[in-house]
Design a protein around this ligand. Structure first.
Ligand code: PMP
Length: 414
């Protein structure tokens, strides 16, 4: 904890010193960490250090720099395995982000393992990246798709799930933490366990929960778990797909090219053993190396402390915003804590206009459907404004948000 009792020391984030707005008159109030978290100096330094000392391609060269680069890249894989409790580091596939991870699960595993007529079940609180790959797959292979709908409050509909379970789904796509609804789904663990018991492969999108709360992959009991480094304090362009042993066996390469083949000749090719088979071409090496520093930072702060901090801020924002006339917080009737974000609407004002008004007041939030249209439909909103928090966010920033929204809502009602 820094002396402001935040898990991440704000002094380590050079961008937080920036002034924004007309003539740089305002401090930066960044409440968009769910889209991309800010990057600290140690993470920037890790990337720079790698580029200054060991910049080379991995796996291919026999010289010192190539070896150093390979070691640094592989250290990140090992660190991810330890951090997320994956027993064998070979079951951590490095990708370009959660989106690619989920598409790899669809193309690399489900494409070859599911058959025409098989049922895929998708939870309606998913981001489009854990929806569209399954819809595309269903189109290609003639699969059926069914949804676990959300209740008006935003809860996964457990009765609907019970009806789907008896139809023996082959794959169930779940989201560990919605990027729109602030609370954790109370039935998530049960749904995942029941799905697996019934023989389904469970694909979990961890983009908003990896690095936000302790996650033990083997205990979680899912088959695929997807994440992006840039939502955990790392850089854009790198992510991972964690795989269970049973799906890893049947995972097939999606991209062909350098690094992924053990043998290539006129008669054909054979995949390399291990995760390299799914990492064709040159990966984002420097970003992967920097990810390691972001994980060190999370470990030093303690995930419990990070989660408690963002929860306190999200709950404060939820309470402050819900009390404002005309402001409606998505999912706010659910009596569960909001973990790290709050989505809301302000009367009939279009969320983009709210976003612009808040930006003019120096508060940076996200506005739109956040690539999660089904969850908005379920909550009866076309779009929303989202404020999201990280280990460096402050109570003062939450107050600035609430007071800017209060002024806007008063102006709209005047
Ligand atoms: N899932 C969720 C829940 C997300 O919030 C996001 C990012 N908005 C993604 C998946 C996709 O992540 P990326 O764009 O880094 O691939």
């Amino acid at each position: 904890m820094d002396n402001g009792s935040r898990p991440f020391d704000r002094a380590r984030y050079p961008i937080l010193k920036r002034r924004v707005g007309v003539h740089g008159g305002r401090p930066l109030i960044y409440l968009d960490s769910a889209a991309t978290a800010l990057v600290s100096q140690p993470v920037i330094d890790a990337q720079v250090r790698f580029l200054q000392t060991s910049c080379a391609n991995i796996h291919r060269g026999a010289h010192q720099l190539a070896e150093e680069a390979t070691d640094a890249f592989e250290r990140t894989r090992e660190q991810l395995a330890t951090f997320f409790g994956v027993v064998e580091p070979e079951r951590v596939v490095l990708t370009h982000g959660a989106t690619e991870s989920l598409n790899l699960a669809a193309r690399g595993w489900a494409e070859g393992s599911l058959c025409e007529g098989d049922l895929i079940v998708i939870a309606a609180d998913n981001h489009h990246s854990n929806i569209v790959p399954w819809q595309m797959l269903a189109e290609r292979k003639g699969l059926s798709v069914a949804w676990i709908p959300l209740t008006e409050e935003g809860l996964l509909d457990e009765d609907a799930w019970a009806r789907l379970l008896v139809r023996a789904p082959k794959l169930v796509a779940l989201c560990q933490q919605s990027n729109v609804l602030g609370f954790r789904q109370p039935s998530l663990a049960r749904i995942a366990a029941e799905a697996r018991e019934a023989g389904a492969v469970v694909v979990m999108d961890g983009a908003q929960s990896a690095g936000h709360e302790p996650v033990d992959f083997e205990e979680l009991g899912v088959d695929f778990y997807a994440m992006s480094a840039h939502k955990m304090g790392g850089l854009t362009g790198v992510g991972a797909l964690l795989c269970s042993s049973r799906v890893m066996e049947d995972l097939r390469p999606v991209y062909g090219g350098g690094g992924m083949a053990a043998r290539v000749d006129a008669s054909g090719w054979r995949a390399a053993p291990g995760p390299e088979a799914f990492e064709a071409g040159t990966p984002p090496i420097a970003a992967a190396v920097a990810w390691s520093a972001a994980i060190d930072q999370l470990k030093a702060a303690g995930l419990e402390a990070v989660a408690a901090h963002t929860r306190a801020l999200a709950e404060r924002a939820r309470a402050g915003l819900s009390a404002l006339p005309g402001v409606s917080v998505l999912g706010h009737r659910v009596p569960r804590p909001f973990e790290s974000l709050v989505s809301f609407t302000v009367g009939e004002v279009h969320p983009h206009d709210v976003g612009q008004a808040l930006d003019a007041a120096g508060v940076m939030v996200r506005a739109g459907h956040h690539c999660a249209r089904p969850v908005h439909q379920a909550c009866g909103a076309r779009a929303s404004v989202r404020a999201s928090f990280a280990g460096y966010s402050t109570e003062e920033e939450v107050e600035a948000l609430v007071s800017a929204v209060a002024q806007l809502s008063a102006a709209v009602r005047a």
